[in-house]
Design a protein around this ligand. Structure first.
Ligand code: GLA
Length: 633
């Protein structure tokens, strides 16, 4: 017989107020802790200079693209930010640390009567066009182009000190300049300065840059000082907030998934790169897509996964490759990625402008519910992504990653619809309507993504599974343990010493992160051989925050997931409502049947789900919140 746990919490013992247990990260916070400052209730949209122009950016190129954004109607559809990337800085003036703009490239920065160039006329012009303006910096002393460019042509010039145009030692001064004095609305902060200027780097050896002991390594979390990196990004965030009392800013982190940022950026900024740079090549698109697609629970209104800018308009995504260009756009829209166009819009053919301007697909990306799509079907070459929209509709994308055509059976149950009632699909590329019951056959060309808006009869009629609303679920503590620094790796004033060793991790740390409808390492959710098509998979010693949008009941079935290799350790599952304990499971071990938990959450704004190991030593044990759902309004 199943035991229903509905703990009565009238006693002092049952009460647990916010962080009553001190520094215990699993103590209920009683509030939503992910980042909500800035202007990113929906993912940012606009244009960025880097993919088209790299450091050879100039005012004419930027304004030409801005003008096309307005004239083509893309601005009206939401593409508002015009972002300068690397390449705008001439130098830092040594006498007062003021940053100097390349006036040969940005002539409007030469202002009458002023000795120091200013971007104010540039941002004024963009604002007058109804647009917003973005700028670029680096967290270290130097930028990525300064680390990687093989020519000196478009780099800052002068002495080593004059070439130091990054934020290091200048956070307060530069942030005030960008936002208060120059009027920018958006800042992208890159990370090469924290990584690429060790004593042996070519630019340091060539006396073009000062050495800065690297604190970050994209390939090895054990050579990364996660806390130090985080502290710097938080400092910049605080400076941005101070200089934008109206909150009209956007803060974008660019450390490519290093320093385990995919787990913590949601607490620090509005968007964060999940991988290294995209290039106009299909294989590279897949790498960037893969770095974000399983991380839906880490994106929320206010903070988004960023698999990098759109490369539509070049290489595998040019006008001769419309299938690939459409896939790129559809996938980025489904993932709630920032939609930042990377093309020289002065020359972009209409066929590609139509891809970028597909209002129905933009609407999926900009949907107010802020749910990044989750992967509901995953085979080697085929994936189905599903996204719940604010009006109750679903968006569905069927993606053929491979190089051959594929026949696909799309099933109502994959959309969490009943299979005995009709499902209506609208193809968002062709506007064609499809109606089916149970399943329908689709034929996908190589690299094609078909994308639909869907309506059907929901299998859970009066609520939502948590996995259908990742925008409201925050893995505040995801149980992924930081590797203890490999003792063979040590840090000196000159950088990291020693050799790669056992402490090194895969390129993107955070393997084992919380997942919707999947165990943390990718298996089907399953407890004592019972599978769950809906639910949250997470590691033990974790705390999930769930916003409750007026529902009265919360129900789930909890247990150690069958994918666990540790078969001896016990886990206790606790549900809190606004910081108060509502229910708790018995200690559960691998192989024990899932225990149902049902609680009344009427009036509760925040539900928290804590899975705590009953003993130390069983880290990385996957646990399942099977069928977890909020129901009944
Ligand atoms: C890094 C970033 C890119 C771009 C360049 C500029 O590579 O990831 O997006 O900003 O630096 O140098």
């Amino acid at each position: 017989m199943k035991k229903i746990v509905t703990a009565v919490c009238g006693t002092m013992l049952c009460l647990s107020t916010a962080n009553a247990q001190g520094a215990d990260p699993l103590a209920p916070a009683g509030r939503w802790t992910a980042y909500t400052s800035g202007r990113a209730a929906t993912p940012p949209m606009g244009w960025n200079s880097w993919n088209a122009f790299a450091s050879a950016v100039d005012e004419e190129k930027v304004m030409g693209s801005a003008k096309r954004i307005v004239d083509s109607g893309l601005a009206r559809k939401g593409y508002l930010y015009i972002n300068l990337d690397d390449g705008w800085a001439a130098k830092r003036r040594v006498s007062d640390g003021h940053l100097i703009i390349r006036t040969d490239k940005f002539p409007s920065a030469i202002t009458r009567g002023q000795k120091t160039p200013s971007f104010k006329p540039f941002t004024d012009k963009l604002h007058a066009m109804g647009l917003k303006a973005g700028i670029y910096s680096d967290m270290g002393r130097n930028t990525c182009a300064q680390a990687w460019s093989t020519t000196d042509v478009d780099l800052p010039k002068g002495s080593v000190a004059e070439r130091e145009v990054g934020l290091h030692d200048y956070i307060d001064q530069d942030i005030a300049l960008y936002f208060r004095d120059w009027g920018f609305d958006y800042l992208k902060v890159d990370g090469c300065g924290l990584r690429d200027f060790g004593p042996n780097s070519p630019k340091v050896k060539a006396d073009q840059a000062r050495a800065l002991a690297p604190i970050m390594d994209l390939g090895a979390i054990s050579r990364t000082d996660v806390a130090a990196v985080q502290t710097l990004f938080r400092q910049v965030g605080a400076a941005i907030a101070r200089n934008n009392p109206d909150g009209d800013f956007l803060y974008s982190l660019c450390i490519w998934g290093a320093a385990n940022v995919r787990a913590w950026a949601k607490d620090v900024g509005n968007a964060s790169r999940t991988s290294d740079d995209i290039s106009p090549a299909w294989g590279r698109l897949l790498v960037n897509y893969d770095s974000a697609v399983h991380r839906a629970l880490y994106a929320h209104p206010g903070s988004w996964n960023d698999p990098d800018m759109l490369f539509i308009g070049a290489g595998d995504f040019d006008a001769a490759h419309l299938t690939e260009a459409r896939s790129h756009f559809a996938l980025w829209a489904m993932m709630n990625a920032p939609l930042l166009i990377g093309a020289d819009l002065r020359k972009t053919p209409d066929a590609l402008m139509d891809v970028l301007g597909n209002a129905d697909i933009i609407a999926l990306n900009q949907d107010a519910a802020g749910n990044q799509a989750t992967v509901v079907y995953d085979s080697s070459d085929l994936q189905i992504l599903l996204k719940t929209l604010s009006n109750g509709d679903k968006a569905v994308a069927v993606f053929n990653r491979g190089s051959g055509a594929q026949d696909v059976s799309l099933q109502a149950t994959q959309l969490k619809y009943r299979d005995d009632a009709p499902v209506e699909l609208t193809d968002l590329w062709t506007r064609k309507q499809i109606s089916f019951t149970k399943d329908t056959k689709l034929r996908l060309a190589a690299r094609e993504t078909q994308i639909f808006r869907a309506r059907g009869k929901r299998s859970l009629p009066d609520g939502l599974y948590l996995s259908e609303q990742p925008g409201k679920v925050n893995p505040a503590v995801d149980g992924v343990t930081r590797p203890i620094a490999d003792p063979t790796i040590f840090r000196t004033a000159a950088g990291w010493g020693g050799t790669h060793g056992a402490g090194d991790r895969p390129q993107y740390a955070g393997w084992g992160g919380a997942r919707a409808d999947s165990a943390p390492y990718g298996q089907t959710l399953q407890v004592a051989r019972k599978t769950y098509s809906s639910g949250i998979g997470i590691l033990v010693n974790s705390r999930l925050e769930v916003r409750n949008d007026g529902y009265r009941h919360f129900a789930t079935q909890v247990g150690v997931d069958d994918s666990a290799t540790d078969k001896a350790s016990a886990v206790v599952f606790t549900v809190y409502g606004d910081g108060k304990r509502l229910a708790e499971s018995r200690p559960l071990k691998w192989g024990m049947p899932a225990e149902p938990i049902e609680v009344d959450v009427a009036g509760v704004k925040l539900v928290e789900l804590v899975a705590r190991s009953a003993a130390t030593g069983n880290e990385a044990l996957p646990v399942t919140w099977g069928g977890a759902a909020l129901t009944g309004r």
